[in-house]
Design a protein around this ligand. Sequence first.
Ligand SMILES: CC(=O)SCCNC(=O)CCNC(=O)[C@H](O)C(C)(C)COP(=O)(O)OP(=O)(O)OC[C@H]1O[C@@H](n2cnc3c(N)ncnc32)[C@H](O)[C@@H]1OP(=O)(O)O
Ligand SMILES: N[C@@H](CCO)C(=O)O
Length: 388
Amino acid sequence: MQRAAPAPALGDAVAHQTETFAEGLRLDCGTLLRPLKVAYRTYGRLNESRSNAILICHALTGDQYVAERHPVTGKPGWWEIMVGPGRPIDTNRFFVICANVLGGCMGSSGPPSEMTDAEGRPQGRPWGTAFPPVTIRDMVRAQAMLIERLGIPKLFSVIGGSMGGMQVLEWAALFPGRVFSAIPIATAAWHSAQNIAFHEIGRQAIHADPNFHGGEYWRHGTIPARGLAVARMTAHITYLSEQALARKFGRRLRTGPMLTFDNDLFEVESYLQHQGSTFVQRFDANSYLTITRAMDFFDLAAEHGGSLGEAFRATPVRFCVISFSSDWLFPTAMSREIVRALNAAAANVSFVEITSDKGHDAFLLDEPDLFRTVSGFLKGAAERWSRG
Ligand SMILES: CC(=O)SCCNC(=O)CCNC(=O)[C@H](O)C(C)(C)COP(=O)(O)OP(=O)(O)OC[C@H]1O[C@@H](n2cnc3c(N)ncnc32)[C@H](O)[C@@H]1OP(=O)(O)O
Ligand SMILES: N[C@@H](CCO)C(=O)O
C-alpha cells in the first residue's frame, strides 16, 4: 500500500466560520460539552421574512463545504452538482446552511478540538478519545442552536443523504414545529446490523495501527494513516455497487498479466488505495470513531418507545423520501420502513426509488432523476408554504 501523506492539523489548520455557544450542550450521554462550537457555511441570501432557509445535513465524512472549493483538499464542494445558482437547491432562491457535525474534524466541537473542563476552561490539549460519545440527536440539537442563533424560526427544508438523512429524520421528530419539509435520501431510521458490522471493521483497522497509540496519536506526532485508510477502503466498497465497480474497472490489470502477489495488480486495488490515502489527508481518526458510533447507535424507533410511527405522530412536516435501487447499504426496504411509519402517522409523504446502478453514493453523483425529484418537491413545497 502507498504511504499516506501526513494529515494537516485538522480543524485548526484552517480558519472556519464558527459560532460559539458558551452555555454548551448537554449531550445524551449526560456530559455538558462547554463551550459548544459549530462550524458552518451559508450560500445564497436569507429573505426578509426568513422563510427561505434550507439546512443541508452532511454524511459521515462530509463537512460544511457543500458548494465551494474545499479548504483542505482544494476539490470542489461535495454537492456542487446539487447546490448553487440554478441548481436543484437553487441558491438564487434559497438560503442554504450546512454545519460540520458535532464530533467532526472541520471546526465544530470534536475529538481534534481543544479539550475543556466542566467549567469550559481550555485544557491545552485536544480531546482525542476523551471526547464524549455523541448521538445523531446531539448533532441535531447543536444544529438547532445554530439555526436559532442565525435568527431562523422555521426551516423551509432539511435535506441530507445517508447519515445526513438520519439527521433529517431526527430534525422532523425532535423539532416538528421548526421544519416545513424534509428530504431524507438513501438513509434509514436505524443503523442495520450489517452496517454496524462494516463500521466495526474500520474501527478495528484504526485500533490495530501502531500509530494510533490508543487514540493519543497527537501526543506522538503520528497519525494512524494505514488503519484509517483501510477503514475508508472497506467503507468505500459499501458506497458503490458491483455494477459500478465492474463498469469502472472490471478485472483490468495495471500491468501486464503476470503471476505475482504484488500490491496494485488490479485497477480496482489501485483505486481503493487512492481512496484510502486521499481520505487520511482530510479526516481525523478519532472523529471517524466518534461519528461511526453515532450512526451505529441511531435508532429513531427506540427513541420513541419502539414505534417509529410515534416519532412522527401528528407531524405537520411534508416528507419526500428518496432511495436508490442499487443501494445495498441503505436499501430501498429501509426507506419503505420510514414511509410506512409516516403513513401510520397519516403524514404528508411522497416516496421515490430512483433507478441507478451507482450504489449508495449515487446521491453524490450526476443522477438527473434525483435532481428532478428534489427540485420538483421543493417547488411544490414552496407553493404550499407561500399559501400559508
Ligand atoms: C453527503 C456528504 O457529505 S459526502 C462527503 C464525503 N465525500 C465523499 O465521500 C466523496 C468521496 N467519494 C467519492 O469521490 C466517491 O468515489 C464517489 C462515489 C462519490 C465519486 O464517484 P466518481 O465521481 O465516480 O469518482 P470515482 O469513484 O471514479 O473516483 C475518482 C477518483 O479515483 C481516482 N481513480 C480512478 N481510477 C483509479 C485507479 N485505477 N487508480 C487510482 N486512482 C484512481 C481518480 O483519479 C479520482 O481521484 P481524485 O478524487 O483524487 O481526483
Ligand atoms: N461517501 C459519503 C457517504 C457515506 O455514507 C461519505 O463518506 O460521507
